[in-house]
Design a protein around this ligand. Structure first.
Ligand SMILES: Cc1ncc(COP(=O)(O)O)c(C=O)c1O
Length: 393
């Protein structure tokens, strides 16, 4: 029904993943020739999006006027219904604020609720904007290291509490976790919420990866756990990873606390930060109303890709990989190869002709790891694996 095997040529489409990476990698790793490199880095998919979304955008394009618009109640209901069906989470649509993306939303939240010099805590390794945005805004980023066990991640809650005691204002949670793909347990989330209540920390829960979770695991929205109503929580959600529409730009902040919501709404108004554009709103509504079968099929396909990559890479000396619990990103441990990050990246780029992400992009805690994106046709995945093997020869 959906053809995830189909190869789409994304070159010359102004794609970050396929067109822009060459200059970046060339400059960062000083490689002479960046041609013929296979990009498996930034988090978007090489699959065609669900036809229902394309149809909805086309339908809107048929009307010749694109004047000022607002997000319809039907679109808001589509969001509510999706999260209720897929995550057992009832969202009051009045508590939703729209934004152009989760990263812009994080920036707005930090700007609204903190001052320069305030402490923002993140658990590392972590998606780079979690520390780069607060740093640019001159906030102090404090780091809580995740404990990496053989095949999993765990919170070091004792360390987190020590950090909170020093006067942390905001904690940014990545749930599920990028780059590790960890689906946090109810107990983890409850503990986090309790700590945030105890130390009066604003908990920002980035749940952009919530929908792509593999068999045996279940994403738990932070706002549904015990005592969430007693904490200060803002949850960011989006259809952009789930449906491969990052270029459309759309995200939602769910803010049940009226005081927080009013402050955020005021900040948005002060800066003219608008809601969704007319085509994004059409895409969001179609995705959440009609995209469900595509998502289920995509998850099954990506899960097979994961199994293949894990099985293949684990045969390589010094490489250790565990299938992640969620996301289409694999976190690869190469510490036992003895290679430095520069050596590994040069081998991958020059010998293997493969572009994947170096672990230190996710802070120093990621040293010795790589992040590989397997949301692509199986043929591409196989090609990527062969390139990886060649790099290590
Ligand atoms: C945890 C996390 N948050 C946010 C984003 C990006 O969100 P947006 O494109 O809506 O700004 C990503 C993209 O990879 C991500 O992994």
């Amino acid at each position: 029904m959906f053809n995830f095997d189909e190869l789409h040529n994304r070159k010359n489409t102004n794609s970050l993943k396929w067109d822009l990476f060459k200059e970046r990698y060339k400059a960062q790793f000083k490689i002479a020739d960046a041609s013929d490199i296979l990009p498996m880095w930034v988090a978007d998919m090489d699959f065609a999006i669900p036809q229902v979304i394309t149809d909805a955008i086309k339908e809107r394009l048929d009307h010749p006027i694109f004047g000022y618009s607002y997000v319809s109640d039907a679109c808001k209901d589509s969001i509510k219904n999706w999260f209720s069906r897929r995550h057992d989470w009832t969202i009051d649509t009045n508590t939703i604020l729209f934004h152009q993306g989760v990263v812009p939303a994080l920036a707005t939240i930090i700007e609204t609720f903190t001052q320069p010099g305030d402490k923002i805590c993140v658990s590392t390794p972590i998606y780079p904007p979690f520390f780069s945005i607060p740093s640019v805004q001159k906030r102090e980023v404090v780091e809580n290291l995740l404990i990496t066990t053989d095949d999993d991640f765990e919170y070091d809650f004792a360390d987190l509490e020590e950090q909170f005691k020093t006067g942390v204002k905001v904690y940014i949670l990545c749930s599920p976790h990028n780059p590790g793909g960890k689906v946090w347990s109810k107990e983890d989330l409850e503990k986090l919420v309790q700590l945030c209540i105890q130390y009066d920390v604003l908990l920002v829960s980035d749940e952009i990866h919530a929908d792509i979770v593999f068999d045996g695991f279940k994403h738990i929205p932070t706002l549904t756990v015990k005592d969430a109503d007693k904490a200060k929580i803002i949850t960011c959600i989006a259809p952009t990873k789930t449906f491969n529409i990052a270029g459309i730009h759309a995200a939602m902040m769910v803010v049940p606390n009226v005081e927080l919501r009013n402050k955020l709404a005021l900040n948005k108004a002060e800066h003219g930060r608008d809601d969704l554009n007319i085509l994004a709103a059409a895409a969001v509504k179609a995705a959440y109303e009609q995209g469900e079968e595509w998502v289920d099929a995509m998850i099954a396909y990506v899960s097979n890709n994961m199994d293949y990559v894990v099985e293949q890479l684990n045969q390589l000396e010094g490489i250790r990989v565990t299938k992640p619990q969620s996301t289409y990103l694999i976190w690869i441990d190469y510490r036992d190869t003895g290679l430095s990050e520069d050596e590994m990246m040069l081998r991958l780029l020059e010998k293997g002709k493969l572009a994947i992400e170096p672990g230190t992009k996710y802070t120093e805690a990621g040293r010795g790891f790589l992040r590989m994106n397997v949301a692509c046709p199986f043929e591409t995945v196989k090609d990527g694996v062969e390139r990886f093997k060649k790099a290590l020869l």
